[in-house]
Design a protein around this ligand. Structure first.
Ligand SMILES: O=C([O-])CC(=O)C(=O)O
Ligand SMILES: [Mg+2]
Length: 620
């Protein structure tokens, strides 16, 4: 083995660089990051491996391993021929030019025609539209992602409004429910209880070395569908494809992870096609230890600035994980914080339609879990910032109803800790309808995961004391939505300002076409993540969520308001994400949380220039 020292390292590095310059080798992401490292561009933390000396960011331990340690023999090679066609990152299918076919040993492996990406796109959209069953469209999209990554993202970006419901909610929910039977190829990293004690090793099996964002779930609360165990993998995969399509984060730096600690879903445990551990969920110390090992391994492997997005954990773990790791890691809980940020943006822009300030409104939630309390807290925080009233006071504008009724002070003893701040003085009320009539909210928000919980009586009550009741039915997928667009509009006689978590089609009421908004965290997390990554932010602060929310609200145009919309259309999402990223990064620099210095002058331009675009590249 060549002894590791700076001189040898540089010699090797420059000989590879030479080959690259001559076009004989493609620079791999490993070498690329090594060069950056040598230039001092982004130095990650030096790993603490007692007794053996290695270089800065010797992530895979090749250099510092002593002879008895095992290492992974990663090689750098240029894909060609059949392998190139089977490599989703580089495959272009029929779009390989004749010159490329010659140079890369593809001649004969493809039919003679040379297609454009635009024509491929047209053909694929035509084929997708032939499928009438949404799950078939989902599977066709996943196959495309596995076959030709750039074409997948091109399709998704150019047809975002049509394809979002396919790769994301609601179809992704059904895909998770049936994940075992539609399973073709693994799409992310599975870490189960069986890997306890060697999670770091498992991370190293992932083919990409440079990772900037991880979306992780333990599958316990997949959308509003409950515990889907290991089959929750569809969620991190879907969320990360939006990181790329909507936020422009490069696909190669995104890593979907499912942590499998078992499932309490009896149906899945008995399903012969179930893909996860066939046991009940580990809890308590066993669970906490696995998560602790995971969080340490992630930081050890990818460095301080790896963004970990927690997704669809059950309440009891979600709050705890967020509060435990928010001071030591760059973590973000999409269901608590992302949802809060998107809903706050919608409410702030709704003020243009209903008048008043946030502090003039009264909010009632059905559902006091992650989304409900997360949104509630951000509303209270925003009102507090705007009015200078203490947050303990501003929380009194917000009421929660859970499965046992209105959250009130007499229930405080028995409440889970995250509900306690919302237990205000009031007599106990069991039913939602009675709570609505007693509190008389101007805004009704559903985060309960209980489909059709906003009944005709509830919507009619809201409409009896509000000229324009704001009704947000946020639970996903569509089957769990607290009411449909049609119901909200019909029962409010066309007066409701309605948004849902999963998309609904426009609805015509009394000759007027009413367009429901989609208050989904997909508006926020891609741009938010991009903002954190491009500024090298090291911790998430609540003010960054407010910055994201403010940027989103600012993107709603007069034209949108005229249609009764409180969110901009998803078709503009790349521009919206760039603006969110810039505002988040600006706040991060202001708070001293950004480590990428000097601060770029024009952060919007910086965000735009960082964004991945899926057009084909030409190969030498
Ligand atoms: O995935 C979505 O559509 C929104 C979300 O985070 C959830 O419902 O858990
Ligand atoms: Mg979620």
């Amino acid at each position: 083995m060549i002894p590791f020292n700076r001189a040898n390292f540089l010699r090797q590095a420059f000989s590879v660089l030479d080959l690259c310059k001559k076009g004989e080798r493609k620079i791999s992401s490993v070498m690329e990051s090594t060069f950056k490292e040598m230039n001092g561009e982004s130095v990650l933390d030096v790993k603490d491996k007692a007794g053996v000396g290695g270089g800065v960011q010797d992530v895979y331990g090749e250099d510092k391993a002593s002879e008895d340690q095992l290492i992974t023999p990663w090689t750098v090679s240029v894909a060609s021929g059949y392998t190139l066609l089977r490599d989703p990152h580089h495959n272009k299918g029929l779009a390989f030019s004749d010159k490329e076919r010659d140079a890369h040993y593809l001649t004969g492996l493809l039919p003679p025609v040379v297609s454009t990406q635009a024509l491929q796109e047209k053909r694929l959209m035509h084929n997708l539209r032939q499928f009438k069953v949404p799950l078939q469209r989902y599977m066709a999209m996943m196959d495309l992602q596995e076959r030709n990554e750039r074409l997948f993202y091109k399709l998704l970006i150019d047809n975002v409004e049509e394809l979002l419901p396919v790769v994301y909610t609601p179809t992704v929910g059904e895909a998770c429910q049936k994940y075992g039977s539609i399973f073709r190829r693994p799409q992310g990293l599975y870490i189960s209880l069986k890997e306890k004690g060697r999670i770091l090793e498992v991370l190293k099996n992932w083919p990409e070395k440079t990772i900037q964002v991880i979306v992780v779930t333990d599958g316990e609360r997949i959308l509003g569908l409950g515990d889907l165990g290991c089959q929750g993998m569809g969620i991190p995969v879907g969320k990360l494809s939006l990181y790329t399509a909507l936020g422009g984060v490069r696909p190669s730096v995104c890593l979907p992870i499912t942590i499998d600690v078992g499932t309490n879903n009896k149906k899945l445990l008995e399903d012969e096609y179930y893909i996860g551990l066939r046991q009940n969920r580990a809890t308590g110390e066993e669970y906490a230890e696995l998560l602790e090992e995971f969080m340490s391994a992630v930081k050890q492997n990818y460095g301080e600035k790896i963004l970990v997005q927690f997704e669809d954990f059950a309440n009891h773990n979600a709050f705890e994980l967020l509060s435990k790791y928010r001071t030591t890691h760059l973590v973000f809980n999409d269901d608590i914080q992302g949802t809060a940020s998107v809903v706050l943006a919608g409410l702030v822009s709704a003020l243009k339609l209903v008048g008043g300030t946030l502090a003039d409104h009264t909010f009632l939630f059905l559902g006091a879990g992650e989304a409900g309390t997360g949104i509630a807290e951000l509303i209270a925080l925003e009102i507090s910032k705007k009015t200078n009233a203490p947050v303990e006071e501003t929380r009194k504008k917000v009421w929660l109803v859970d499965s046992k009724g209105l959250v009130v002070s007499s229930r405080k003893e028995s409440l889970q800790h995250f509900k306690k701040p919302w237990a205000h003085e009031h007599e106990p009320i069991k039913e939602l309808l009675d709570s609505v009539q007693a509190i008389k909210p101007t805004v009704l928000i559903g985060t309960s995961g209980v489909g059709r919980a906003f009944t005709k009586e509830v919507i009619e009550a809201m409409s009896s004391f509000n000229e324009k009741p704001i009704i947000l039915a946020l639970s996903n997928p569509t089957s769990q939505s607290e009411c449909t667009a049609e119901e909200a509009y019909t029962w409010s006689e066309g007066r409701a300002i309605f948004c849902s978590g999963s998309p609904f089609d426009p609805f015509e009421y009394d000759g007027k076409v009413l367009v429901p908004g989609q208050a989904n965290n997909a508006y926020i997390f891609p741009g938010f993540g991009l903002g954190l990554i491009m500024s090298g932010t090291i911790r998430v602060h609540d003010d960054l969520l407010l910055a994201a929310s403010e940027a989103l609200a600012a993107q709603v145009t007069e034209e949108n308001y005229a249609k009764g919309l409180i969110y901009p259309p998803f078709s503009n999402i790349r521009k919206i994400s760039a603006n969110i990223a810039a505002n988040v990064a600006a706040k991060s620099y202001e708070l001293g949380l950004a480590s990428r210095l000097p601060r770029p002058k024009d952060l919007v331009k910086c965000a735009q220039s960082c964004m991945y675009t899926p057009i084909y590249r030409s190969y030498r």
